[in-house]
Unconditional design. Structure first.
Length: 183
């Protein structure tokens, strides 16, 4: 199972597209949406929160600290946080498991599973970069939402698909979400 967490940063379309891609690949998913993530979803997506929940195999409440995803004994493969707010990034970098998203990230790092964080903020201050470095040093993968343009994207979907394809690549999941570089 791949857990997908959507936090309160702009770019929730990435979470929606990753859920769709994994569903097409028949990969089991769990979804967590933060309180602020729900607000951003309502602002940015045509899909509703219920639509996103239906795409996932399981849904976990972000404020349920008794959820099985908060325990290292619950087996899941990886956690992708996209978009990842700087608040969530800071909590993870500093070991502050104050909700199911940050606690699940803590579990992933301590159990040496795969953590992929897609930060969505610009510009970045030194504290943001230092927090990303802390997570990277512990084995987390920082995958900023910085699409390439060598594939000549024609619309927003193709720009987003590039990032989703890169996420699937680091999870070692074969995909054709974007046109790859050809020399």
């Amino acid at each position: 199972m791949i857990l997908i967490a959507i936090t309160g940063a702009s770019g929730v379309i990435y979470g929606e597209k990753l859920l769709n891609a994994l569903k097409k690949l028949n990969i089991k998913t769990g979804l967590i949406i933060s309180k602020n993530g729900k607000i951003v979803i309502e602002q940015e997506l045509k899909s509703s929160i219920d639509d996103l929940k239906e795409m996932a195999d399981e849904y976990y409440h972000s404020n349920d600290m008794t959820s099985k995803i908060n325990s290292g004994s619950f087996k899941f493969d990886s956690l992708v946080i996209l978009p990842c707010s700087m608040k969530t990034l800071s909590a993870i970098a500093n070991g502050y498991g104050n909700n199911s998203i940050t606690r699940a990230a803590d579990v992933v790092l301590k159990e040496r599973r795969k953590l992929v964080i897609v930060p969505r903020e610009t510009p970045l201050r030194s504290a943001h970069l230092e927090n990303m470095l802390k997570i990277s040093k512990e084995g987390g993968i920082i995958l900023p939402a910085m699409p390439g343009f060598y594939h000549n994207p024609q619309n927003i979907d193709e720009i987003c698909d590039f990032i989703v394809g890169k996420i699937l690549d680091v999870l070692k999941i074969e995909n054709n979400e974007f046109k790859r570089w050809k020399s």
